[in-house]
Design a protein around this ligand. Structure first.
Ligand code: SF4
Length: 339
């Protein structure tokens, strides 16, 4: 941990970005910058921060303004709930704390719009307290530095905050917190971290494993359930192909398709198809995969043998099957059958 601390301090002394809110430790100004940075890019905040402070130079003037005036000043930055929360928090700071932002993170977090990160940032940067402030960038750096492979969630977050707390426990929390965030924003990129330029390289477990992007672990995508489709290729002597229309409700409602049945089980789908159409199904060496949002469809093609066609409203012969008005699954199947 000491090596990491020293590397962060060295990095900060040489590479700290010069940003307007880094030229002050005045709690009101730090708070304003942190709220702005929650959901707005640094480049935009650079400009809007100064303008906001010109209009509302202290917490008293912010509290005295109307919510509409604060929102007006906020225009263009989006997420107006931040402006409304700031105004509500300013009123409480004036009423309950004589206009002084509290330093205790619990009291800070009780203010509207102030979460765990913002409370840590204000307490460490403005009040110099040895408390962590871990944003998404710092989370990524810590996950890689200590190869934390817990799944996403509260337990992992708590673990990372606890590591950050150890890191800042001996002081210099403002510098250490911000250096971690800067490294996360500039070097420890999500997809292609610049490890060779990173001051933490020699201490970084993920880099030494040669797989920095394996951390932090991502949410497992929900497995798509498989849907088996048995599909019949029915032709007549002139080459026309039979298509049918699905019922008006349920999956692919009302769409045209090659005659098909579906089930969770391929044998079951085939049995249903053969029974409905009263023919023999000869296996073709053609199958189609098709992804739906929650399902993976695997359609197996069969040729109909001994099929007797009865005209019906929901079937039609098509002479140019490639341009038949069928759904995507059948279109893929037709293309493969005619290939
Ligand atoms: S060495 Fe690479 S993976 Fe480790 S913290 Fe630095 S940039 Fe991130």
């Amino acid at each position: 941990m000491e090596k990491v601390r020293q590397s962060l301090l060295d990095f900060w002394s040489q590479h700290a970005r010069d940003l307007p809110w880094r030229r002050t430790t005045e709690p009101y100004r730090i708070w304003v910058s942190e709220i702005m940075l929650q959901q707005t890019q640094v480049a935009t905040v650079r400009v809007r921060y100064e303008e906001f402070l010109e209009r509302f130079p202290d917490v008293f003037q912010l509290a005295q303004a109307s919510v509409d005036q604060v929102c007006e000043q906020w225009a263009g930055m989006g997420y107006y709930s931040r402006a409304k929360n700031m105004h509500a928090a300013a009123c409480r700071i004036v009423d309950e704390y004589d206009g002084q932002l509290p330093s205790d993170t619990k009291l800070l977090r009780a203010l509207p719009g102030v979460g765990r990160y913002t409370a840590g940032a204000v307490a460490s940067i403005a009040h110099g307290l040895p408390v962590p402030a871990v944003d998404a960038n710092a989370e990524r750096v810590l996950s890689r530095l200590f190869a934390i492979d817990d799944p996403p969630g509260a337990a992992r977050s708590n673990r990372l905050w606890s590591l950050a707390a150890q890191l800042v426990a001996q002081g210099n929390a403002a510098t250490l917190n911000q250096a971690l965030m800067d490294i996360g924003a500039g070097l420890c990129r999500t997809q292609s971290p610049l490890c060779a330029q990173c001051p933490l390289l020699s201490a970084c477990t993920a880099a030494s494993e040669g797989r920095p992007t394996a951390y932090p672990t991502r949410k497992q995508k929900a497995q798509r359930r498989q849907l088996a489709v048995a599909m019949l290729w029915i032709t007549r002597e002139n080459g026309d192909v039979l298509i049918e229309q699905r019922t008006a409700s349920g999956m692919w409602a009302g769409q045209w398709q090659l005659p098909s049945e579906e089930s969770d089980n391929a044998d079951d789908a085939l049995a249903r198809l053969v029974e409905r159409l009263g023919c023999v199904a000869e296996h073709c060496d053609v199958h189609v995969r098709h992804l739906l949002t929650h399902r993976e469809v695997v359609a197996q093609l069969y040729r109909a043998v001994d099929y007797f066609h009865e005209n019906g409203e929901r079937t039609q012969w098509v002479s140019m099957p490639r341009s038949a008005p069928v759904n995507a699954l059948s279109r893929k199947a037709i293309a493969l059958m005619l290939a």
